[in-house]
Design a protein around this ligand. Structure first.
Ligand SMILES: NC(=O)c1ccc[n+]([C@@H]2O[C@H](COP(=O)([O-])OP(=O)(O)OC[C@H]3O[C@@H](n4cnc5c(N)ncnc54)[C@H](O)[C@@H]3O)[C@@H](O)[C@H]2O)c1
Length: 238
């Protein structure tokens, strides 16, 4: 998403706990700058107010406003299990990033956006990242599904509360997107389950999600509000 936003001319402030992409390759800012784009990376924990505040202040210092906020971070992996196996630590680890982090990003972004003049009818746009598993259960992933379900309704809630003041809030719900590092591949069982659930002929790519994000971030996106845009190859239609 950062690469696509930068290619569209955005100045991108990237926050993450690590600068090197999980899936390998060079840092995103390097790739953007090589392409003539503009971006900065800040180490930031999505679940910490001070870090999110720093991200937004950086955007405002660079460009005078914050047009788009995309709370995208997640922790799942070994923390994501069934109810009986999930410890309090597992639950808190997922919620810290996957729900508290989204709440903090939205709150800080809305505070800034309310103080800005509208551009193309919007003071700002927020694009949360939910999941098909925010609408249905995924076998054995209790905290992840709960966090994602929370994001779907947080998105609706913020669209309702801040639409009247010119802030457009939508979610993207990815289906199975191939993002795992080469040395930590999805198990054959996960891939077989995902293929069985996905009518489209292939599984998703990050670019599929980025294309949807570019639309939701664009001036073309005005009357689309509070939606949960499925980018899932038809998973939820099946
Ligand atoms: N990949 C999929 O199939 C899929 C499906 C549905 C939804 N999603 C959602 O899409 C989004 C991106 O997923 P992904 O597959 O790229 O995940 P990923 O695990 O590859 O990347 C997650 C990123 O979040 C960062 N992160 C972890 N903890 C953080 C913290 N405390 N503060 C800031 N950053 C932190 C990680 O370093 C990493 O860069 C997530 O919200 C995920 O739930 C993904």
């Amino acid at each position: 998403m950062s690469l696509r936003f930068a290619a569209e001319g955005a100045d991108v402030v990237i926050g993450d706990v690590r600068e090197d992409p999980r899936e390998g390759g060079r840092p995103t800012v390097e790739l953007i700058e090589e392409d003539g784009g503009s971006a900065v990376f800040l180490t930031a924990d999505a679940g910490r107010w001070d870090d999110i505040d720093r991200l937004v202040r950086t955007a405002v210092e660079r460009r005078g406003r914050l047009d788009v906020m995309v709370p995208n971070a997640i922790v799942a992996g070994p923390h994501s299990k069934g109810l009986l196996e999930t410890t309090e630590e597992d639950w808190d680890a997922i919620m810290h990033v996957g729900l508290r982090g989204v709440f903090l990003c939205c709150k800080r972004a809305v505070r800034q956006m309310l103080a800005q003049e509208p551009v193309a009818e919007a003071r700002g746009r927020i694009i949360t990242v939910s999941s098909q598993h925010g609408m249905i259960g995924a076998p054995g992933h209790v905290a992840y599904c709960t966090a994602k379900g929370g994001i779907v309704n947080l998105t609706r809630q913020l669209a309702v509360d801040f639409g009247p003041r010119g802030i457009i809030v939508n979610a993207i719900a990815p289906g199975k997107i191939l993002t795992r590092p080469a040395d930590e591949p999805d198990s054959p069982e996960v891939l077989a389950y995902s293929h069985a659930r996905t009518p489209f002929a292939r599984l998703g790519k990050p670019d599929d999600v980025a294309a949807a994000a570019v639309f939701l971030a664009s001036d073309e996106c005005t009357y689309v509000s509070g939606t949960n845009l499925l980018v899932d190859g038809g998973w939820m239609a099946y």
